[in-house]
Design a protein around this ligand. Sequence first.
Ligand SMILES: Cc1cc2nc3c(=O)[nH]c(=O)nc-3n(C[C@H](O)[C@H](O)[C@H](O)COP(=O)(O)O)c2cc1C
Length: 181
Amino acid sequence: MRILGLSGSLRAGSYNTALLRACADHVPEGVTLTLAPSLDLPIYSAEREGAPAAPVIALREAVAGADALVISTPEYNYSIPGGLKNALDWLSRPEKSKPTSGKPVAVIGASTSLTGTARAQMHLRQVVYYHAMHLFSAAELLVPRAQERFDGEGRLTDADTQGRVADFMQKFVAFAGRFSG
Ligand SMILES: Cc1cc2nc3c(=O)[nH]c(=O)nc-3n(C[C@H](O)[C@H](O)[C@H](O)COP(=O)(O)O)c2cc1C
């Protein structure tokens, strides 16, 4: 099983990208989790659909080639960052052949506040609903106070969070396996 990880943050020191790396360290044998190409895309416009920029094509192809997705979102102003929403807007077209359609997807997130992306995750779940993906909902992975759980190199050092990541990935892979070959 090939899982693609989409980070909603472009930041070099992103906790959400670091969280996806931690997820990659905790997948069962025979499963890989790789990071998606950059979500630094032009703003979606219907007029651009006919000739999408190279990064849009690269993202679409990466999503099309994956068996399952994990999206890790920061929380910006109680919601998901605009860049992530824009990427999902691009991925929702062409409407009849969305590369996301039918893929199992998990929503996770890390933030520096005590609420750990609870509000952003609910918004993200609403957005992916349109993509006709299989949304994993049997477990949640929220990482509050991320600055206390990752070291300066982006390594997840908090044992409790490591355990939660491992448990979450095990459950998500079992769920995703029901939909892939
Ligand atoms: C514009 C902006 C808005 C933010 N709003 C929230 C918020 O509503 N809730 C929250 O928990 N954190 C908020 N934060 C803090 C982010 O959780 C924090 O910057 C986090 O590290 C971003 O994720 P990243 O490390 O993956 O880039 C905000 C940060 C920025 C820059």
